[in-house]
Design a protein around this ligand. Structure first.
Ligand code: ADP
Length: 660
């Protein structure tokens, strides 16, 4: 029996595994990097060990350090979670060699499924249907071009060692083939150190449907049905559901049987996922097998009522699978969305930074939240680090049918509020309300096909948002007056004209908006008036408001001149032109230059005291594999430089100060 598990991971997955351990009375050990010292997963564990600096290479990816931590704390098993070392056969082997239990498949199974080409050869033998293509050893251009013609265009070139969508090229016709091949090989070499590729028929608008399998060490294997993960950006999942909408029971069974055959062909043990592409006629084709627990496993748990981590632990202890195929049933429907620190408006560019406000929906039988960060009602939130995956949380909903589960998700998203790093919350809210999504008409091109509806142009803030922004500022002023009744601190001193009218000006990319508040009458930018007032709520930044009789539960979070107005599923970001600090905002634009996004400083082109010309390059920051040059906004002199080459910098950190 396993008594103590070390979780070789961080954040959300580490917390998730600990939840099951607590239920089973198993002690937990967290490992953490120096960047994660205050993280929730460290606090949640019974014991914790620091395993090195922030860079994953030197901490979460260090096999010797993790094994040493397990030895030191007397853990008898290691759970790898997902990502990091979870599909590293060398790690599984090292764990076993150290006399510890690896909660995952045998190293041989990880190796067998490690390469896309090699796994396809094995699957062909096991009679699992494959996408028509070539996955052999011959790699010369002429031969591969010939294979592409036999398969028929369009084809997809994939890096055999690939992952994360890298090294993939769609080729529409024979004349584009040579160039695409060179590109895919170059990317494969630089990302995976191996330029081997395979060629597949490029399926038009397929769905990504994957089967959860489970096997024990006694030769039993079952499938826990499917998940549809078609909604993707950059070939990466952002929303998943189970079961797949509209899938016929006959195809479900065929896919399940094929997935179990795939697992048995490699003597699989534990939790695994067999990924398929499904075409409009319900033909399905093997893509790859993930030899670990998946991020999206909760939707399977919601429709089966099972705890997959509990099954993993039991199987690792040598027990038989708790249930046979005939005992497994689908109950209702479940969705999962991944809340990321990313900017949908900038092609989902990953982000980072400190959370200023975070409120999750209330958990219930129908709503579950898996996260590695804490709710943050008072500003001092956890940090989404630039060193790791920018996922903030997974929100999972259940309902007795798809429509109910989706409605529960929409409500849960409306109750979720986040300020600080840019997030995809608005995008997710729009997605779950999209008519085509509601109708289950999804495929892997869904986001591209509905780009305009899902990512609308920035629109002017609603009148409610503007009124709530005023009320939020008034409430804050009231609170400050309570804290410091000193008349010199009276923030209402700037009231214009000596009467009781307050004037508020806000800006965003769409324009400037001025409102006046006199008693409970608020005059909107277009001259119309509404009646509005607020009442305090439990939250520091939150309040209840009434605008023309309608009630609002609002949060107004302020950092400097930046305001985040959040209410009932809406969010508006505004800049407040504070008359008390007039000019400060403008100075910020011309005098301080900040990092555009979290990244690494790769070049500093100026020194303190240098005279610079407008548009002259000053500093280059590399982020997400792209270089961003920060240039002088005007002619001036460099007064201070706050970054050196090689520094990791956070978004909005002041890099340079210069005098105009
Ligand atoms: P990676 O391992 O790099 O994530 P996958 O092989 O898992 O790559 O494919 C990722 C996604 O790319 C799939 O979910 C699907 O959307 C798309 N894709 C992969 N192969 C094909 C294909 N043959 N035809 C059409 N789309 C494909």
């Amino acid at each position: 029996m396993i008594k103590k598990i070390l979780i070789a991971n961080r954040g959300e997955i580490a917390c998730r595994v600990m939840k099951t351990c607590r239920k089973l009375g198993i002690a937990t050990v967290a490992v953490y990097s120096e960047a994660d010292i205050k993280s929730l997963h460290v606090e949640a564990a019974d014991e914790s060990v620091c395993i090195g600096p922030a860079a994953a290479r030197e901490s979460y990816l260090s096999i010797p350090k993790i094994i040493a931590a397990a030895k030191k704390t007397g853990a008898d098993a290691i759970h790898p979670g997902y990502g990091f070392l979870s599909e590293n056969a060398g790690f599984a082997e090292a764990v076993e060699k150290a006399g510890l239990i690896f909660i995952g498949p045998p190293a041989s199974a990880i190796l067998a499924m490690g390469g896309k080409s090699e796994s396809k050869i094995l699957m062909e033998k096991a009679k699992v249907p494959l996408v028509p293509g070539y996955h052999g050893e011959k790699q010369d251009e002429k031969f591969l071009a010939g294979e592409a013609s036999i398969i028929g265009f369009p084809v997809l070139i994939k890096a055999s060692a690939g992952g994360g969508g890298k090294g993939m090229r769609i080729v529409e016709s024979a004349k584009e083939f040579a160039e695409a091949l060179t590109g895919a090989q170059r990317e494969a070499k630089s990302s995976f150190g191996n330029e081997k590729v395979l060629i597949e028929k490029y399926l038009v608008n397929p769905r990504h449907v994957e089967i959860q399998v489970f096997a024990d060490s006694h030769g039993n294997a079952v499938y826990l049905f499917e998940r549809d993960c078609s909604v993707q950006r950059r070939h990466q999942k952002v929303m998943e559901e189970a079961p797949a909408p509209g899938l016929s029971p006959a195809t479900r069974e065929k896919m399940g049987v094929a997935a179990v055959a795939a697992a048995q062909a490699i003597s699989y043990v534990g939790a695994g996922t067999v990924e398929f592409l499904l075409d409009a006629k319900e033909n399905f084709y093997f893509m790859e097998m993930n030899t670990r627990l998946q991020v999206e496993h909760p939707v399977t748990e919601m429709i089966t009522g099972l705890d997959l981590v509990e099954w993993q632990i039991k199987v690792a202890e040598g027990a038989k699978l708790p249930l046979a195929q005939k005992d497994l049933k689908i109950n209702g429907h479940a969705f999962e969305v991944r809340l990321y620190a990313e900017d949908p408006a900038k092609d989902f560019l990953p982000g980072a930074g400190q959370i200023q406000f975070l409120r999750f929906p209330m958990e219930s039988d129908c709503v579950r939240v898996d996260t590695g960060v804490r709710e943050a009602p008072y500003g001092e939130g956890d940090v989404i680090s630039i060193h790791y995956d920018p996922m903030i949380a997974k929100i999972i909903s259940w309902g007795r049918d798809r429509e109910t589960a989706l409605r529960n998700m929409a409500e849960a998203l409306d109750e979720t509020h986040i300020a600080g790093p840019k997030s995809n919350i608005g995008f997710l809210r729009t997605l779950v309300r999209h008519p085509a999504f509601k109708a289950g008409k999804i495929n892997t091109h869904f986001i591209q096909d509905h780009h305009h509806a899902l990512l609308p142009e920035k629109i002017a803030p609603s009148p409610e948002a503007l009124v709530l922004a005023c009320l939020g500022l008034l409430k804050q002023r009231e609170r400050q007056e309570e804290v410091s009744p000193d008349p010199w601190n009276d923030l209402s001193a700037w009231r214009i004209g000596g009467n009781d009218t307050d004037r508020f000006t806000f800006r965003d990319e769409t324009g400037e908006y001025t409102l006046t508040v006199s008693g409970s009458t608020v005059t909107l930018p277009d001259g119309k008036t509404v009646q509005a007032h607020f009442e305090a709520s439990g939250y520091d930044m939150g309040f209840f408001a009434r605008i023309d009789g309608k009630e609002y539960d609002a949060i107004v979070q302020q950092s400097g001149a930046h305001l985040n107005v959040m209410y009932g599923g809406h969010q508006a970001e505004l800049t407040y032109a504070d008359p008390l600090h007039a000019g400060e905002g403008d100075e910020e634009v011309s005098g301080k230059l900040t990092a555009p996004m979290p990244g690494k400083v790769v070049a500093v082109r100026v020194a303190i005291g240098d005279k610079v010309k407008k548009s002259q390059p000053l500093i280059i920051v590399e982020a997400m594999k792209m270089e961003h040059t920060i240039t002088a906004p005007a002619d001036g002199i460099i007064e201070a430089i706050n970054a050196n080459v090689g520094d990791q910098v956070n978004e909005k950190l002041e890099l340079i100060r210069f005098k105009v």
